[in-house]
Ligand binder design. Structure first.
Ligand code: ADP
Ligand code: MG
Length: 267
């Protein structure tokens, strides 16, 4: 191999997108929810996904970590085809076990935090590393304490979810997702269920995570966050990408009428 070739190989290796969606379709029966989503997220980038209710944002996130299987098209995370194995030009769906393995590297945070109610914050955070990855308990506890500190909850390790505010519960949920050392974090309206005064602390944790280089897809209506943190904003409507681009540019000067109409409602 010449040095020019090896340099080229290296460049290609370095530019594997963290997320690549290639004409992704998803239907539920006769209902077409995703109608050809094509997009890319580079490693270390933050994409904010916006769009009206019912446009398919949650479904898209659920396809990225294979909680739903796509009807057509392909999704890759860090170069790995999600949910399927390709052999002889044909696709075979992964076994539940292999799909779960793939999902381990992808953290997801939902609108409703879904913590285990009868476990403390700390026990919620160590659950997956100890059960799924078989990390020794003392190691998992040490890491969980660091993660709780990272989300500003050092003093709440022994609290039960019911003793925490919604914002604190959501920060535990973020720590819980991070405990699996994901290479990608998906956030589905993480602050939509919170009282307004609790939103800021959760967004601050997400902002720090982005600064530390985490690759993130964030479905949100927090346009201040999108403007400040996102590398790109994608506007979806009726299962299609209508417009995408730089947040400053797109949010101040949307090109498409539907983007304009949507933004005028939420800003
Ligand atoms: P968004 O997150 O943008 O509000 P969703 O992805 O949740 O949109 O939903 C898009 C459409 O898909 C909606 O019409 C919703 O009712 C439908 N949908 C989502 N999940 C399912 C499902 N499991 N079965 C049937 N329809 C679904
Ligand atoms: Mg949704």
């Amino acid at each position: 191999m010449t040095s020019a070739q090896s340099a080229e190989t290296r460049v290609q290796a370095e530019t594997t997108p963290m997320v690549q969606a290639d004409h992704v379709y998803k239907s539920f029966g006769a209902l077409q929810v995703l109608r050809g989503i094509t997009l890319e997220v580079e490693p270390g980038q933050v994409m904010c996904l916006i769009g009206p209710s019912g446009s398919g944002k949650s479904t898209f996130l659920r396809c990225v970590n294979h909680l739903e299987s796509v009807t057509a098209g392909r999704l890759y995370v860090d170069g790995d085809l999600i949910g399927y194995r390709e052999r002889g030009g044909k696709l075979y769906e992964l076994s539940a076990k292999d799909a779960a393995k793939q999902r381990r590297d992808i953290g997801m945070v939902f609108q409703h935090f879904n913590l285990f109610p009868h476990r403390t914050a700390l026990d919620n955070v160590i659950e997956a590393p100890t059960q799924v990855k078989k990390v020794p308990r003392d190691k998992a506890v040490a890491r969980a304490k660091d993660l709780l500190a990272q989300v500003g909850l050092s003093d709440k390790a022994d609290a039960y979810p019911a003793q925490l505010s919604g914002g604190q519960q959501q920060r535990v949920a973020i720590a819980r997702a991070l405990a699996m050392d994901p290479k990608l974090m998906l956030f589905d309206e993480p602050t939509s269920a919170l009282d307004p005064e609790l939103v800021g602390d959760v967004l601050a944790v997400m902002r720090d995570l982005a600064k530390d280089g985490m690759t993130m897809i964030v479905v949100t209506h927090e346009m201040g966050f999108a403007r400040e943190v996102a590398d790109q904003v994608v506007f979806m409507d009726e299962g299609r990408v209508i417009e995408q681009g730089d947040p400053q540019e797109m949010l101040s000067n949307p090109k498409h009428e539907r983007t304009r109409a949507f933004l005028s409602k939420i800003l």
